[in-house]
Design a protein around this ligand. Sequence first.
Ligand code: ATP
Ligand code: MG
Length: 472
Amino acid sequence: MEGLLTRCRALAACSRQLSGSIPRRFHHCAPGRGKRLVLSRMFQPQNLREDQVPSLEGGSGDLTCKSQRLMLQVGLIHPASPGCYHLLPYTVRALEKLVRVIDQEMRAIGGQKVSMPSLSPAELWRATNRWDLMGKELLRLRDRHGKEYCLGPTHEEAVTALVASQKTLSYKQLPFLLYQVTRKFRDEPRPRFGLLRGREFYMKDMYTFDSSPEAARQTYGLVCDAYSSLFARLGLPCVKVQAGVGSIGGTMSHEFQLPADVGEDQFAVCPSCSFSANVETLNLSQTNCPACQGPLTETKGIEVGHTFYLGTKYSSVFNAQFTNVHGKPSLAEMGCYGLGVTRILAAAIEVLSTEYCLRWPGLLAPYQVCLIPPKKGSKEEVATELAGHLYDHITEAVPQLRGEVLLDDRTHLTIGNRLKDANKFGYPFVIIAGKRALEAPAHYEVWCQNTGEVVFLTKEGVVGLLSQVQVV
Ligand code: ATP
Ligand code: MG
């Protein structure tokens, strides 16, 4: 138990939870029992049999990776069209948590949140020549007046035009770090792997405006550090690697890669120094580290983030200027920074889950606790009321867990069957009111699914353990 508590405390410290949890409201009321979240009233379609999993991208019907299979099986996502998914309630809860963590990290470095339209006028894209350069990836459409648009795959053009429209900017106001979390649209040639590569997905994109190249490089470092801090809080071992600039352009770029077998990128790391790079940036024949000449190791990764130092590539096109210290107009030095929000969620599930059971980064789990009362008609049935009291006690004594505790009221099922489901869903804590709930004092079986430990605790012990849980 002591070991468990120490580990939980260490986890708590590691995820560096910021203060001020948002008050939440219960979604469902169990009749006559006050406000409790009950599983039987959740919209949570389960397709636990693999042959019942709905068909997938491109209609191939092939299950292509673990996260996609698990997310379909437990009803986290439902296919709508190739590369497009309905995000179901558990997923939306997890994504909202992810966005809260991202907001904390972006605001900590001075980020200001905006929201730009997805409908993006063609003339912006013609100005940078990307209307042609983006080719078939750009989803294009016309309005009733024949005016052309695309559905934004990224927003360099839009944000630079926005800043350029502010005619009285002074160097004293810079840097600006503007970011948003919005849906992006890309007509990917091969959408696949569920949320890992969609045609419509959530991205966090930040755009920075500085008054000098030196200041812009400093800002670039600041955003990269915020990304590293975000992935550390999520417990994801991401590697920052040198990258190519692709169609976005600029002069310096890094990717944040999460090592995984299904990753579509290949990156090289040098075990003896800190060098790491996407293999696309290396010569084909290069097997040694350019920094220390040691042998390089290659790993597959999922690109979860990408940063670019843009210089004046976009500000010069749209004339995004500010008045410098000498009172003269000067072009803003820019950077742009993307995080694949839906991709991060799927990638986390991909690397943390077992073949059969979902696992979440603790901070992102849709619900922290699943409480399982005894089966109806079983010997332990008298403990049903205790389980209800425990539910109420937890949500009173541990305020951050309000709205985070689910009661599996499907009491026509055995405890074992419900435990199996809870294990599959990956709630960080599963609490069972079984035989030992009849002891004096009552003991509850607690499964700590992210550490694999199982302990028996009294009501006070349960509260002690759960009060360590970080909720964002
Ligand atoms: P990729 O090389 O995987 O196609 P990209 O380099 O084209 O990605 P960026 O333009 O750098 O992507 O976009 C920023 C981030 O958005 C990426 O790092 C990734 O996490 C995410 N992302 C890009 N494309 C997709 C997609 N089709 N589905 C989900 N997330 C995506
Ligand atoms: Mg990229």
